[in-house]
Design a protein around this ligand. Structure first.
Ligand SMILES: *[C@@H]1O[C@H](CO)[C@@H](O)[C@H](O)[C@H]1NC(C)=O
Length: 271
């Protein structure tokens, strides 16, 4: 890296009198911070009829670069075991923000002989399960996301724990949203509380924001946004799910997050 910087400085020196004032150490620093998204297919760039909400976040923000690192099919466990959180922690610099949103693929039983490599150990603490398939240790959702967050925070970046999106709450024609959100919603809030003392962890209840939006949109519209199954949205749905996230950040629905200062003033109200 230094080789390239030095070469570049030499090039500048030939053409500009101010070149010697360029600080080589600052050369790799970006002008704007980056927000990385860690998640599953509901956040990821999927394709065809479907799209994840992360692809629609950039137009809602100014002064921050969005990098969507969500991958379809992942859980907090598999994202960890594939080394993706480690790579993220290596990438971030002070001032960056990482959104961690999992849950859709985190259910199920790791003890079963058909363990899919995604199910977390039940609980929110230091519980450990043994995979019925591989014999490997399996940890809780909170262990995975909080371990990742600590590594990210140690780099000077911030973490926003975001709860998973709800499924189509109008499936079957009746709104079923406010019964019991899936358990990973509460777990994500718990993660933020557990790391509150760092001053770099916050929570967005994306589930609640989208549930509120689906209630407002009604049966026909919501069903049209979920064209192929009850989990995944169309591009239009993804756009709205991103807007619900931005609105939850704007109103600090579950506390203030560092993303608030990067929201565009003209973002719409969707719930
Ligand atoms: C987030 O805030 C909303 C609005 O106050 C509330 O309805 C929701 O229960 C909160 N979420 C959690 C997980 O506490």
């Amino acid at each position: 890296m230094r080789f390239y910087s030095t070469t570049l400085i030499a090039g500048l020196a030939a053409s500009s009198v101010d070149a010697r004032s360029v600080n080589i150490e600052n050369f790799d620093k970006r002008a704007t911070p980056t927000i990385y998204l860690a998640g599953d297919s509901t956040t990821a760039k999927t394709g065809g009829l479907l799209m994840g909400w992360g692809e629609y976040l950039p137009p809602l923000l100014t002064g921050i670069t969005v990098v969507n690192k969500a991958i379809a099919g992942r859980s907090a466990r598999s994202y960890t075991n594939e080394g993706r959180f480690t790579k993220l922690a290596n990438l971030v610099v002070a001032g960056d923000i990482v959104v961690i949103e999992f849950g859709h693929n985190d259910g199920g039983s790791p003890n079963s002989a058909s363990d899919n490599g995604r199910s977390d150990c039940p609980g929110t603490g230091s519980e450990v399960c043994i995979s019925g398939k591989t014999g490997d240790k399996v940890y809780t959702f909170n262990y995975y996301v909080e371990t990742a967050a600590k590594a990210i925070i140690a780099k000077g970046a911030s973490v926003i724990f975001s709860s998973q999106t709800p499924n189509n709450l109008w499936e079957g024609g009746t709104y079923g949203g406010y019964g019991t959100p899936v358990r990973f919603v509460g777990y994500a809030g718990q993660a933020a509380r557990n790391l509150a003392s760092t001053g770099k962890a916050s929570f967005v209840d994306h589930y609640q924001a989208v549930a509120n939006m689906y209630l407002k949109l009604g049966n026909t519209k919501t069903n049209s946004l979920c064209p192929s199954d009850h989990t995944h949205t169309s591009p239009e749905g993804a756009d709205l799910v991103a807007k619900a996230f931005a609105q939850a950040v704007k109103i600090a629905m579950n506390g203030t997050t560092p993303l608030k200062g990067f929201l565009n003033a003209g973002n719409p109200t969707v719930f």
